[in-house]
Design a binder for this molecule. Structure first.
Ligand SMILES: O=C(O)CCC(=O)C(=O)O
Ligand SMILES: [Fe+2]
Length: 248
């Protein structure tokens, strides 16, 4: 089953609403997608107003010290297919992913990031984020491949809050292949290597991540699902994405 996530229609609210940031808490629409087995995604399409979101986009595009590091993927060195930057509270364990250890900048260096973080905290009572990975996709050739954010320093059930500014991009979520087959087929009918690749469920969800939106992945999502932002030939403008995380 491939399920296209239905976003709220454009007529629901005026995207150029003059509301202060974020959009009025009592009227913004929250969509929850139950991925089963304790995995869940929350999506708020118009979390920030249209105008405020463009102000932040331009600030981030011009002031964040973006880098495009060399990372290791399947044992090979390659240029990461997007720009990146890392911000973290002092004293946290260092983040290392794909053999790359980003420098941790301070929240104080970029005050608008603190405003965005405050808004996210306010919308998600009980949640606490102390680090932020920023991504900049400069066009449709920039992407993030299939992965889960399951680094040990985030704990067993990390919550990840993802804010998007700029051009819309597709965000895919796909169930991880099961380690053991639960179908009635006998295990000895095919080699183990083939069996391990088989997915229990063919579930895939597509979200169109809009300018000013907030998407939150929760529970077992990083354990049981992988996600990606694929290349898009027709996209030629920039998207900036902020993923807030809690380092234990
Ligand atoms: O750009 C996005 O929406 C996703 C980024 C992401 O998955 C990550 O930084 O781990
Ligand atoms: Fe991710």
């Amino acid at each position: 089953m491939s399920l296209k996530f239905k976003a709220v229609s454009d007529s629901d609210t005026d995207p150029k609403s003059p509301n202060s940031k974020p959009n009025n808490e009592n009227t913004i629409k929250r969509e929850i997608v139950d991925l089963r087995n304790g995995s869940e995604v929350l999506y708020i399409q118009r979390f920030f107003t249209y105008d405020q979101s463009w102000k932040w986009f331009h600030f981030l595009n011009n002031h964040i010290p973006w880098t495009r590091p060399t990372v290791r993927v399947f044992g090979r060195s390659c240029l990461q297919p997007r720009d990146t930057c890392y911000v973290a509270s002092p004293g946290l364990p260092e983040l290392i992913y794909s053999g790359y250890q980003p420098h941790a900048y301070s929240w104080d260096d970029y005050p608008p990031l603190k405003d965005i973080l405050d808004a996210v905290h306010k919308a998600l009572p009980g949640s606490y984020f102390n680090s932020l990975l920023l991504n900049r996709y400069k066009g449709g050739n920039d992407y993030v491949g299939w992965h889960s954010d399951d680094e040990k320093l985030y704990g067993l059930t990390p919550e990840i809050a993802s804010v998007s500014f700029g051009c819309d991009r597709d965000f895919f979520l796909k169930k991880k292949p099961c380690k053991t087959s639960n179908v009635s087929k006998r295990h000895d009918e095919e080699p183990a290597s083939k069996r391990l690749k088989k997915s229990c469920h063919a579930d895939q969800y597509t979200f169109k991540l809009k300018h000013g939106s907030l998407l939150v992945m929760r529970g077992n999502t990083q354990r049981d699902w992988i996600h990606s932002v694929p290349k898009r030939a027709k996209v030629d403008t920039t998207r900036i994405n902020l993923t807030f995380r809690h380092v234990l």
